[in-house]
Design a protein around this ligand. Structure first.
Ligand SMILES: [Zn+2]
Length: 251
């Protein structure tokens, strides 16, 4: 856990928030953050929690904190799924662009358990329309999210499972705060849209090459530079675009 821990308590009258737990919130001006702050609630998100299903009216927006990671998944009629976007502490899940009616298109699932700050989406929308600077920040974040989804179209169609696996491990490692990623092979298979046995084979190869070590429910990154070389260009491309769009949110 990084030093920028978050505390949020209300029932006993005290309230403290260290906002760096989520970088999008950190980028808000103190005035804009003060608009959201009374409506934020700290929640624990276990692995597998579904935040919304396709067609759901999105009434809550989540700001993942620390190493928490959420996937936006697209399911096909035969029951298969593949990830369209990964959202961590640099972003928010749900109600980013829409105003008013907002049925979800994909399925949002917690892949790496942890905390998040939750807010009724109606409050977020009121804040976006009430502050040009606030609205601009979320518009640029929406652009970054769209770019990530566009990159995922290419990645899912053109890049090998091993490269895509490395891409995802890099994204998780960026947010993990240490070398250990709390991720099951089942979750990795879900995000990559492949069979669990395929993930086992791929992670076995990466382990043999000394890039990672697998543990029960965890994957340890041993050689980050080698993992970057083994990944497709997608992680670096998405990160570079994010830094250009949202320099105040980037690490
Ligand atoms: Zn790729």
């Amino acid at each position: 856990m990084e030093k920028t821990a978050i505390a949020l308590e209300r029932r006993d009258g005290t309230r403290t928030i260290v906002r760096r737990a989520n970088r999008l919130l950190t980028a808000l001006s103190p005035r804009d953050f003060a608009i959201l702050e009374p409506h934020l609630e700290l929640v624990d998100l276990p692995r597998g929690r579904v935040l919304f299903e396709p067609g759901d009216d999105v009434v809550t927006t989540y700001f993942p904190c620390h190493r928490t990671m959420v996937s936006l998944l697209i399911a096909t009629r035969d029951g298969r799924e593949v990830e369209a976007a990964t959202i961590g502490r640099e972003g928010a899940v749900g109600g980013i662009v829409s105003e008013g009616h907002k049925p979800a298109y994909g399925r949002a699932v917690v892949q790496i358990a942890g905390q998040a700050l939750a807010i009724p989406t109606s409050h977020l929308e009121a804040a976006k329309t009430g502050s040009a600077r606030f609205g601009d920040l979320f518009s640029r974040y929406a652009d970054a999210l769209l770019a990530q989804m566009m990159q995922s179209v290419a990645c899912n169609a053109l890049h090998r499972t091993e490269e895509r696996c490395c891409r995802w491990l890099l994204a998780a490692h960026d947010r993990a705060g240490d070398t250990m990623i709390h991720l099951t092979q089942e979750a990795l298979a879900e995000m990559l849209g492949v069979q669990r046995t395929t993930v086992t084979a791929v992670t076995g190869v990466l382990q043999d090459r000394g890039l990672i070590r697998t543990h029960r429910g965890r994957i340890e990154v041993l050689d980050r530079p080698a993992l970057e070389r083994a990944a497709c260009e997608c992680h670096a491309a998405v990160e570079a675009h994010f830094v250009r769009l949202l320099p105040e949110v980037a690490d």
